[in-house]
Design a protein around this ligand. Structure first.
Ligand code: MN
Length: 727
């Protein structure tokens, strides 16, 4: 799409109508060689449909737009792809550039074709924005991760190929950018899928546009040395050909010339001169069966002496991507080295079109397996070859990762690509950016839309994290983060936070206990404190206060040991009343102070605190049944009172008995919302046909707020009774 700016000149259409119809007929004639007649007519119908959709649109070259999709389809046909891929190729730009919807394509050509077209459109939206070379690999992985069906990638490669073939009409700077992208992204993907014919052409076209000067120099050099070569080449070919005939081997002999890009790359990588790279003759011999391969090898070794150590048997031991051939190097006439590849037609097809060669492998049961299943089958085949051969797993690992990725690839707002494990959430992403970003994140934007922090990320999305200065990690994040980095950072932060809060609370508790004994923390002589710390084997005062704050050590016992000269004497335990003013509760104490879920205390309620080991102070309403047993345990029972300046919201539970009428719950909910309260939880209990009990957990600011709320709820006609739930 990027490459195919459209305009709407309707002038040249009648003249080129014949051209496009000719192209379509040519395509169909080609398809008849390997597809069923009804499949071919389906393709023709797709052409008519596409031509109508693109009617009036032209390419930059002035051609009617449909010329482009037809060319893409032809490339797919040359790879002998199935008829649905061909149809998808013809329609690959209709969703992008015309009014045609996915639903319409489903109606006309079925789900499979529509998914393919949709997949190509998705890839078209993906923009490679980074300048960093290292990012190209990630972008390639992202493309493959987004694609569920490999045929989508093939259409995209064929699309890019035609755009590169027609790049000449493009503005030079734009053309250069597209050429670079072709070299960095598309050619390597083609290579990874073993599609060498396409890869080579993409490379040469990309090189020509990206590096026109160097291309020209090399092209001239090749032209110069070709004249002499042609003669030698002819001689060698003729010699081999007649020897093959003598031996009764049916063969095709192809003289090969290295392409300009691979010459360029070899010169650069191996620091060789042009002559060193170019002055090698290369010949491919294609025969009918494996047996003939080895016999042909004998023939050429008999004709020219082989270079020792250069023979390789990739038929017995195929390359990891399934490539098979015999390779040898011969001393040709005048000692010119000749590289020879010998293989069967089938091997040749695999070597040229890679994964595409496996597509229509079993023509009989096309319907039986999905494309992905076929890709798996191909992989399995490769795997078996690998195991038999015991050679490098590298290729397979790459392909496997690409087809069934364990990772997602995400854009940062600056266009960089980040790799995260599958299932990673916005919080994982935030911590991957920086632990400070993770610690202060409050929300995320995915493709510019607000999304919850727990949202699982998908490849190709742009994710932005919103942070707030005072924000802190939420313990609940630990339930959904998947990366070790996020988990460790959250735990670390919470532990520090809790320790700090515990020290604070511990200081207040210990001071209060000491005041009850007529002393205060400041009055304790340092050596006294040191002695106690040594006794308890604690490193410092903070450790002691932290223990007290978390409820692991009782403040009253510590106070007693600090306040008397004789440790462990029989000073009577102070009664709660003697402890002076109760501890003030603000609600902002953090994780070492919590409000009991059984009775839900709110400001204004009489309350009491109970120390609980490891959890710190738990605040209950005084009449709560669950605290009765602590009433006579002064070291756990802590008198507390609400601080004046509490501005927090608290959870409160109310129970409503209502008549069973439609819409009761909605009525109550709207009253609650009106009163500025949130419903945190609701449970429903139908008592009989006529009445129900609904229990709400609500957020309120104070007893007054709750009382007002209950008064309003009582006025709802269906409400029979309303009461605050007790612990
Ligand atoms: Mn296109």
């Amino acid at each position: 799409m990027v490459e195919s700016a459209t305009s709407t000149q309707a002038s040249s259409t009648s003249a080129s109508l014949d051209t496009t119809r000719f192209m379509a007929r040519d395509l169909c004639a080609y398809l008849e060689s390997y597809l069923e007649p009804d499949q071919v007519s389906e393709v023709y119908r797709a052409y008519l449909f596409g031509a109508e959709a693109h009617e009036g649109q032209t390419r930059l070259s002035g051609d009617p737009y449909i010329v482009h999709p037809l060319a893409v389809a032809k490339t797919m046909a040359e790879m002998r792809m199935d008829h649905r891929s061909i149809i998808a190729a013809i329609l690959h730009d209709v969703m992008e550039d015309t009014h045609i919807s996915k639903e319409r394509i489903i109606e006309e050509f079925g789900e499979d074709v529509a998914e393919l077209v949709d997949g190509v459109s998705k890839l078209t939206h993906l923009k490679f924005r980074s300048k960093a070379e290292a990012q190209a690999e990630n972008f390639r992985k992202m493309m493959l991760a987004i694609t569920r069906d490999l045929r989508v990638i093939m259409v995209k490669l064929a699309d890019r190929l035609h755009n590169m073939r027609t790049l000449g009409v493009m503005r030079p700077d734009k053309g250069r950018r597209i050429a670079r992208e072709t070299l960095e992204i598309y050619a390597p993907i083609a290579q990874r899928l073993g599609m060498n014919a396409i890869r080579r052409e993409l490379e040469v076209l990309g090189f020509a546009s990206h590096n026109p000067l160097r291309y020209k120099v090399l092209q001239d050099a090749v032209k110069k040395s070709r004249g002499h070569r042609k003669e030698v080449m002819q001689k060698i070919e003729t010699a081999i050909c007649s020897r093959m005939e003598e031996a009764g081997i049916v063969s095709r002999i192809i003289g090969r010339e290295k392409n300009l890009y691979s010459i360029y790359r070899k010169m650069r990588q191996k620091r060789l001169s042009f002559e060193e790279v170019f002055d090698v003759f290369a010949i491919r011999i294609v025969v009918t069966d494996v047996d003939a391969c080895y016999r042909a090898l004998g023939v050429v070794h008999n004709l020219y002496k082989p270079v020792p150590g250069r023979f390789k048997d990739y038929i017995a031991i195929p390359k990891a991507n399934g490539y098979q051939s015999l390779h040898t190097v011969l001393f040709g006439p005048h000692g010119i080295p000749i590289e020879v590849q010998i293989r069967t037609e089938e091997m040749d097809r695999v070597a040229e079109s890679g994964i595409a060669a496996h597509w229509l492998y079993k023509a009989g049961d096309r319907q039986s397996a999905s494309a992905q299943a076929r890709a798996r089958e191909w992989l399995k085949g490769v795997l078996e070859i690998q195991q038999a051969a015991g050679n490098s797993m590298e290729f397979l690992e790459n392909v496997k990762v690409d087809l069934f990725p364990e990772e997602v690839y995400i854009f940062t707002p600056r266009g960089e690509i980040m790799e995260l494990p599958k299932g990673a959430t916005a919080v994982d992403f935030a911590y991957a950016v920086h632990s400070d970003v993770g610690n202060t994140c409050v929300a995320a934007k995915i493709d510019r839309r607000l999304a919850p922090l727990s949202t699982k990320l998908e490849s190709g999305r742009t994710v932005e994290v919103i942070t707030a200065p005072g924000a802190r990690p939420n313990p609940a994040w630990l339930n959904f983060v998947v990366t070790g980095k996020a988990r460790t950072a959250i735990r670390h932060y919470l532990k520090n936070l809790q320790q700090g809060e515990a020290v604070n609370l511990g200081r207040r508790l210990l001071d209060k206990a000491l005041i009850g004994l007529g002393k205060s923390l400041e009055e304790i002589p340092p050596q006294e404190m040191q002695r106690l710390l040594e006794d308890l084997q604690l490193p410092n005062l903070d450790a002691l206060l932290g223990d007290v704050g978390l409820g692991n050590r009782m403040a009253t016992l510590v106070a007693r040991r600090l306040s008397s000269d004789d440790v462990g004497d029989d000073v009577a335990a102070p009664s709660p009343a003697s402890l002076g003013k109760p501890l003030a509760v603000k609600g902002t104490e953090g994780m070492v102070l919590s409000f009991a879920k059984c009775c839900h205390p709110i400001p204004g309620d009489p309350i009491v605190g109970v120390m609980s080991a490891g959890r710190g102070l738990v605040v209950h309403r005084e009449p709560c049944r669950n605290v009765a047993e602590y009433r006579n345990k002064p070291d756990k029972w802590i008198p507390v009172a609400w601080s004046e300046d509490s501005t927090q919201e608290y959870a409160a539970a109310i129970r409503a008995q209502t008549a069973n009428k439609r819409g009761v719950l909605a009525n109550l909910a709207s009253v609650i919302a009106d009163m500025g309260s949130n419903i945190e939880n609701v449970s429903f209990d139908e008592r009989d046909g006529h009445a129900s009990t609904i229990t709400f957990t609500l957020s309120v600011r104070s007893r007054k707020h709750l009382a007002d709320l209950m008064r309003r709820l009582r006025r709802v006609p269906e409400v029979l009774r309303i009461s605050r739930a007790r612990g």
